[in-house]
Design a protein around this ligand. Structure first.
Ligand code: SF4
Length: 489
């Protein structure tokens, strides 16, 4: 286990999981290289802007219903709040709740603070967050500026905690610590594991922690788990501090995403003996089979799980066949976070679509439980060896690939990359809901959504006739991986 809850900071993914952001090759080659211990990160001698782990930590924590965030940094470090607020409101909308904004305050570090220290601004920010939001806990997220000048965040949060008598928890997630923004999830989960989750008051054999983002499939999951005599507790967004503090009482933890859930799931197992179900993601058919079987095995519900799988697969078979016929022969490129990417590549294959390239924003060589990501192993065992690359959303590489390979479809999970193929006239889908293609019902809905996108591409076609791309024709003709240092040019 690589999680150390005795320290106040989580280690970055590069240090804990040997994660990389540069590679080009194939799925089988990638997994083989990890197995023989010879996969190395390929550095880029040119790169464009990417994301930041601070935004990731802050965005995730800001959706806890009765917590507040104090972002100790320059005002620009809180620019992500606009997107976080939109996501928070979307989550409230699908629950038919009255809408409110995220509880986030930025300490507005300026040149003065970086010279004379930001301690007073941080104290003021924590007091203001307490006064404005009356939260049950305050998370203080760090920034490059606060880390570089060495503000002693821990002593200030300890001091303020004594004063306001609620947990005031530092989250060490400054952007420059890691090139992998998912390290921000780990920083958030580390704060939760070490300061919010309490030892169990009692064991609850019916309760399952479900780690996810926004929880649109709550009713579907509740329905599935009720057939197994289980009740899901959706965490961490849209849960309360009290609910999160009792995660240690659950019978098991499952996650919608291997990249997201590994730190908290493994941490709960390590610290409180709550088993973490290590499976491929529940997207598509093989994913849902594996996810449910993993849960069933952990909780001794194998028979109930097999009955459910059998009835659902028989129910969707005729519709799935019709969809496959319509999508047969279509060629797609996928661009997503590592676990989503390798799972959606499999899902597209289940729909009859040929994945001609898969891009992931990073790759964890192993998870915190020691295994190579289950979804990557599963993909590497399929008959076809799919070309893949790894880049932290380097759009110059992605557009170069799209221009060369000219897929029928581009599917991504980050909006910044779907804009460009649309402008190139390529039909594209942005998966903002983590439950798209979830399980047996989801794959049918997802199949229809792809058919709709392919049949109505007039927006992309129209845009492509009017828009000039930011990249020159010189770049589009170059080797896509020209700036990856280990490539032979
Ligand atoms: S990389 Fe650093 S300076 Fe930039 S937004 Fe993230 S924390 Fe702020």
């Amino acid at each position: 286990m690589s999680i150390n809850i005795k320290v106040i900071e989580s280690a970055t993914r590069e240090n804990r999981l040997n994660s990389i952001t540069g590679y080009s090759g194939t799925v089988k080659d990638l997994v083989k290289k990890v197995q023989c211990g010879c996969l190395k990160n390929e550095e880029r001698c040119f790169s464009q802007a990417s994301n930041c782990s601070s935004g990731c930590a802050q965005g995730y924590l800001s959706r806890i219903l009765d917590a507040a965030i104090v972002n100790h940094g320059a005002i620009g470090c809180s620019a992500d709040v606009i997107g976080e607020n939109t996501t928070f409101k979307w989550g409230q909308n699908i629950r038919s709740w009255e809408k409110k904004d995220v509880n986030v305050i930025n300490t507005n570090m300026t040149e003065d603070s970086t010279v004379f220290g930001g301690r007073d601004k941080l104290r003021e920010g924590i007091k203001e967050a307490y006064k404005r939001f009356k939260p049950k806990a305050i998370f203080v997220t760090t920034s490059c500026a606060s880390a570089i000048i060495g503000d002693d965040i821990k002593s200030i949060t300890d001091e303020m905690e004594k004063e306001i008598k609620i947990p005031v928890v530092p989250v060490f997630c400054e952007g420059f610590r890691s090139k992998i923004w998912a390290s921000g999830f780990d920083a958030a989960f580390h704060a939760i594991l070490t300061r919010i989750v309490k030892p169990p008051r009692k064991r609850r054999p019916e309760l399952v922690n479900m780690i996810n983002f926004n929880g649109s499939a709550r009713d579907y999951i509740t329905e599935i788990l009720s057939k197994l005599g289980l009740i899901p507790q959706f965490v961490v967004p849209f849960a309360t501090i009290e609910q999160i503090s009792r995660m240690s009482e659950a019978a098991a933890t499952i996650s919608i995403c291997g990249t997201l859930g590994g730190y908290l799931g493994n941490g709960l197992e390590q610290q409180y003996g709550v088993p973490y179900v290590k499976s491929i993601q529940p997207h598509g058919i093989a994913g849902m089979d594996n996810w449910l079987r993993g849960l069933g095995k952990t909780l001794g519900k194998e028979k109930e799980v097999e009955d459910y799988i059998d009835s659902e697969k028989r129910r969707i078979a005729p519709e799935l066949e019709k969809i496959r016929k319509k999508l047969k022969g279509k060629r797609a490129i996928v661009g997503m976070g590592p676990s989503f990417s390798h799972n959606y590549m499999r899902v597209l294959g289940e729909l009859g679509i040929k994945v001609i390239w898969g891009i992931s924003w990073h790759f964890d060589q192993h998870y915190d439980h020691g295994s190579i990501p289950e979804s990557s192993i599963a993909l590497s065992k399929s008959e076809e060896d799919i070309p893949i690359s790894i880049c932290d959303v380097q759009n110059f590489e992605i557009l170069n690939l799209l221009n060369k390979l000219k897929p029928d479809l581009y599917i991504a999970r980050h909006p910044g990359t779907t804009i460009w193929p649309t402008k190139m006239g390529i039909p594209s889908i942005m998966i903002s809901d983590e439950y798209s293609a979830f399980g047996y019902r989801g794959i049918i809905d997802f199949g229809h959504s792809i058919i709709d996108t392919l049949e109505n591409n007039s927006l992309a076609e129209s845009l492509s006739k009017r828009i000039k791309l930011p990249y020159t024709s010189w770049w589009l003709k170059q080797d896509t991986f020209k700036f990856l240092e280990n490539e032979v040019k």
